[in-house]
Write a protein that binds this ligand. Structure first.
Ligand SMILES: CCC/C=C/C(=O)SCCNC(=O)CCNC(=O)[C@H](O)C(C)(C)COP(=O)([O-])OP(=O)([O-])OC[C@H]1O[C@@H](n2cnc3c(N)ncnc32)[C@H](O)[C@@H]1OP(=O)([O-])[O-]
Ligand SMILES: Cc1cc2nc3c(=O)[nH]c(=O)nc-3n(C[C@H](O)[C@H](O)[C@H](O)COP(=O)(O)OP(=O)(O)OC[C@H]3O[C@@H](n4cnc5c(N)ncnc54)[C@H](O)[C@@H]3O)c2cc1C
Length: 616
């Protein structure tokens, strides 16, 4: 599987390079890398072994290396003359980066770094493509000078001979084994023993080790985390795409499949006529659109921040970090939940490999873990919210994406309930700020009682996570509201199209309201009649969106090859394709399977003989 994936990945990468050169000659815009990786990955159901090369190795060389280092390594990487990966996670550590055990000791006598993975737990473990594909990597290690720890640093390390692909002396590298999905990616392990690299193999755009061993600290240590921020932004887009693919499949299947009359004596309707089926499918279509818009916003912010960081302006890094974390978590959680819900909406055929929904789930699911495990990133955002709440209490301005927190903090109570979109959006924001306030009270009480910040974060973790989750909802819903109601290009939309978008906004806001009704009722008084009115509106808007469901998913414009699903083909010939896929199964090559003579027949005969004996 791995070699097939590499073959496909190379073919696709060549195709993309020509497209990129045509549409974005030599450009540094991140979309081509993104689109490139998405396009390749979408064509290789078992995952793209070049993903981490495209998304992390080449970018780290560009963003963390000096111009000279880019000339030496980056150009060759961008041109796919060398293939790399990003080797940070270890067998023993993934989340807690300050606990990474791989070490780089500076030898001023030879002006080299001596790289070691001192214990089994120090082995790099997971990097995509590391097992068999890559001949280079960015090796992340704790930097030591005169045995004094200086923090994390990145090193360009060649792991295999460029001609023979043989692992170099001091390198122990291989595949970590079968996974739940993405089995074409050859995630690998890497051990280094006294492996020497020249001083200039340490990426030194932001921090330097001088020939005499003097260390020049980075002005902002977190900039070494920047490669992860890029991938978190990518996850937001990638996983909204996976959800859109699954929604396309389930929608098309739901208007082909007929089952269970709604009225006695009536013909069996398309299953999408059932209201409960609409509630399974249509909200996921809208969620895919909502996250795709939020991810595009985030991508623009990433571009701007990356340009600024290049100019040594680190001012926007904290906001980008907070948003990248919250969107990566929200999109990966909601997309994996949504894909599984869509699979179940397709009944038994949703469980067939030919439907491809299981594989889409397996491609989407690891995004809840890689690039920062979701619960850890929620806590990261919770911490940032605590810092920002202290700013609110001190009457200071907040970052733009958190401005609503200041506004809501000044409200002594929630205004009269109207049920309007503005009211629903304000309700989720108000509940978020209420949760932040409560979390801060717990967290601050712990800090005041002399708990360390990390201990206070841990023991306030449940409330911090809730506040972070509601902040994500507020940001995503707020972004969608702005795009639909206040977008500068709204006048260019036809009234019919605007109406569809407004129906999607109505559905999203009501769905989020019901999902967090408990959180909202904690801070806002809403009567049973007001809630029932929203229930009626939910049923109404599902009915309104039903006729547009297929058109919206067709607008995602996935080629049948990308969907790779007998349930979701554009021509709707589901049963023919299911049957065609079944007949291709190896077990159908012979009428009598080999196991009959070898196992089944003796088994049945033995049981028959025993039955006869017991009658005698
Ligand atoms: C295709 C997919 C392939 C997959 C690849 C991978 O998985 S690759 C492997 C993926 N692996 C992972 O993703 C590993 C996940 N783990 C981590 O990212 C970190 O260990 C951590 C964020 C959990 C903790 O960080 P920490 O131990 O440093 O402790 P701390 O929390 O105290 O933070 C200190 C300060 O730094 C700030 N700050 C933090 N991060 C960022 C950032 N990215 N940017 C900017 N700023 C950031 C933070 O806000 C705080 O600021 P303050 O308050 O001082 O103003
Ligand atoms: C498909 C895939 C591809 C990957 N590709 C790469 C790659 O290319 N390069 C690379 O370097 N890595 C890669 N990784 C590794 C990935 O980044 C790590 O798995 C991830 O960072 C989580 O670390 P961990 O697996 O060590 O889990 P741990 O850090 O051990 O966390 C395990 C659990 O402990 C809990 N936990 C941990 N820390 C905390 C905390 N502070 N507070 C509360 N709970 C906590 C969380 O519930 C967490 O889920 C990949 C992983 C996968 C699954």
């Amino acid at each position: 599987m791995a070699s097939m994936s590499v073959k496909h990945a190379i073919a696709a990468a060549k195709k993309l390079r020509s497209l990129q050169e045509r549409f974005n000659p030599g450009g540094s815009d991140i979309y081509p890398a993104l689109m490139g990786d998405e396009a390749i990955t979408a064509l290789i159901p078992s995952g793209n072994p070049l993903s981490v090369h495209i998304l992390m190795f080449t970018r780290a060389l560009r963003e963390q290396g000096t111009d000279e280092q880019y000339e030496k390594f980056g150009r060759r990487a961008d041109n796919n003359e060398i293939i790399g990966t990003f080797a940070q996670t270890e067998l023993g550590h993934g989340t807690y980066l300050r606990g990474l055990e791989a070490r780089a000791d500076y030898d001023r006598g030879t002006e080299e770094f001596v790289l070691n993975t001192p214990k089994l737990s120090s082995y790099k473990w997971w990097p995509g493509g590391l097992g068999q594909t890559c001949n280079y990597c960015i090796f992340v290690a704790q930097l030591y000078i005169d045995n004094e720890a200086k923090g994390m640093a990145m090193f360009v390390v060649q792991i295999r001979d460029e001609e023979t692909h043989m692992p170099l002396p001091g390198v122990h590298v291989g595949e970590i084994g079968k996974k739940m999905g993405l089995n074409g990616v050859n995630n690998g392990f890497l051990g280094l023993k006294d492996y020497r690299v020249p001083r200039l193999n340490m990426l030194m755009r932001h921090q330097q080790v001088l020939p005499d061993g003097r260390f020049v600290k980075s002005p902002v240590s977190q900039v070494s985390y920047f490669p992860m921020v890029f991938v978190r932004c990518m996850v937001a887009r990638q996983n909204s795409n996976y959800l859109a693919q699954a929604a396309t499949i389930a929608t098309r299947y739901s208007v082909i499949r007929r089952q269970s009359p709604i009225e006695e004596g009536q013909p069996e309707p398309k299953i999408l006529e059932h209201l409960t089926q609409q509630m399974k499918v249509i909200p996921e279509i809208v969620t895919a659109v909502v996250y795709r818009l939020a991810a595009a916003n985030l991508q623009n912010m990433y571009n701007e921040t990356a340009e600024a960081v290049y100019r040594k302006d680190f001012s926007r890094l904290p906001e980008l970090h907070a948003l990248a974390c919250i969107l990566k978590v929200a999109t990966s959680y909601d997309s994996t939940y949504g894909i599984e819900r869509l699979r179940q909406a397709c009944g038994g055929h949703g469980y067939l490999t030919a439907g491809n929904l299981g594989n889409i789930f397996a491609m989407a699911a690891p995004a809840c873990t890689y690039e920062g495990e979701n619960s850890v990133l929620y806590l990261q955002v919770g911490k940032i919210l605590m810092k920002n709440w202290s700013q609110v209490l001190a009457g200071r301005e907040l970052m733009p994406s958190m401005a609503y927190i200041s506004e809501c903090s000044k409200m002594t109570s929630f205004p009269q309930w109207t049920g309007s979109w503005e009211c629903l959006l304000k309700a989720i924001q108000y509940a978020c700020v209420g949760s932040i306030r409560l979390a801060f009270q717990s967290y601050n009480a712990r800090v005041q009682s002399a708990q360390s910040q990390t201990a206070a974060v841990n023991y306030s973790g449940l409330e911090l996570t809730k506040a972070a989750e509601l902040h994500g909802r507020s940001y995503v819903a707020g972004n969608f509201y702005q795009q639909i109601v206040n977008s500068p290009n709204k006048h260019q939309r036809s009234p019919q199209f605007q109406k569809v978008l407004e129906n999607m906004l109505e559905l999203h806001l009501i769905q989020i309201f019901f999902r967090h009704l408990g959180d909202i009722l904690r801070f806002i008084r809403i009567t049973e009649d007001e809630i029932s009115a929203l229930q009626r509106r939910l049923e109404e808007v599902l009915k309104e969106l039903r006729p547009d469901a297929v058109a919206i998913t067709d607008a995602f414009d996935f080629n049948d090859k990308i969907l790779s699903s007998a349930l979701g083909c554009y021509d709707g010939n589901v049963y023919e394709r299911l049957f065609e896929a079944a007949l291709k199964h190896p077990l159908n090559r012979k009428s009598v399977p080999d196991f009959f003579e070898a196992h089944l027949k003796p088994f049945m005969k033995e049981n028959a003989d025993n039955a006869k004996k017991s009658k005698l």
